[in-house]
Every structure is written in C-alpha cells, then in structure tokens.
Design a protein. Sequence first.
Length: 217
Amino acid sequence: MTETKPDALGCCIHTAEMNQLKIVNARQSSIHEYENTKRKLLICNANIYFNQQCRQRNLTPNYAKIKIPGHSPATKSTLKKVHFVRIREEIKFLYKKKQYLNSQLYQTHLTLANSWGKNWQYIQSTTETKLKKQMQKKYNALNHKLLKLSQDQSIKPAKHVDFYPRVVNNTNITFTKNEMALLEKGPKYNLHNRKKNWLTTLALEAERAINCLPHTD
C-alpha cells in the first residue's frame, strides 16, 4: 500500500479559501449589523414623530394613560398634566436613543466603506431601498393609529335627554318658583345648618313682630 502525502500547495490553497470565506462572512455580518442599526434608528424617528403628533393634537397614547381616582376639576387638570409630562419624557428618551444609534451607525458605516470600497455604495443603496418600504408601512400604521385616537378622544356633542318632571302637582294649590325649586330637591334634601346665634336673631325678629301688632292685640 502506498501512502498519499498531502500536497503543501493544496493545503495553502484550502487555508486561503477558508480565510477568505471567514472574511466574507465577517463583512456580511457587518452589513446585517448596519441594516439592523439603521432599522432601529428609523423606527426611533417614527416613534418621535408619533409622540410629537400626539402632543400637538392633545391626544393621549395608550402607554401614557394613567388612572387617577376622582372626577373633580382638579383631578382632570392633574391628569392632563401627567399625560403631557409622560409624553415629554418619552420624547426625551427617544432623542437620547437616536443619538446613540446615530453614533453606532456612523462607526459601522466607516468600517463597511473601508471594507467594500466602491461596492459599498450599491450595498447601501439596496439597504436603504429595502428599509424605505418597511418604514412606509410603519408610518401608515402610525397615521392610522393617530386617526383612531383622534376619533376616540374627540369631544362629542352631548345628547339631549328629556327627563320626566320630578314634581307633579296633583292639587289645586299653585306653588311659586322658589317653592317648586325646593320640592324638586327631593325628600332626601337636608336644610342648611342653623347659625350659632339663631336664638338671638329669632328673639329680635319676634320682638319686632310683636311691636308691629296693634296695642289691642
């Protein structure tokens, strides 16, 4: 039996091909990294647009809805301020994220431009076209969401409802407006509390009424 010794030249060629394959894979990985970073940046810009539109139109997105017990004017005012602050803080966070992604994208762009040379313009153009189609769908979805929020949160005209009268006068007595207003308050209406000096006032009023009477009475 004869042993076949590996050809040194063949080993070198095989090693060179493997190294070249690794370099190509590394470059392709960098391209995917650039595409993902660019996509995150565009989505961040879209979210900034959505939140700014909500603030300009006085709309409250679902993530900013906070429940506060009570229905008083103070509660409503506080709730409005809380929604405004929540959206403002979200926009600040998105701008910080945008700055970080821009820096990361810039470094990846320089690396790929040095690696691919003239071919990088074609790769970048292809990537931009692909992402542009995806972002068009994203903006359409956000505009539809804004329209739905505008319809749900718009002030609708109050419906006029005819109620039955609270007091039905079945007698022959004619009541004045003040008497009818008092009767319409219902049987659960409580009179106001008497003042502390009501006895003194009552005594003075009684004395005055007595003085107005004829001397014979």
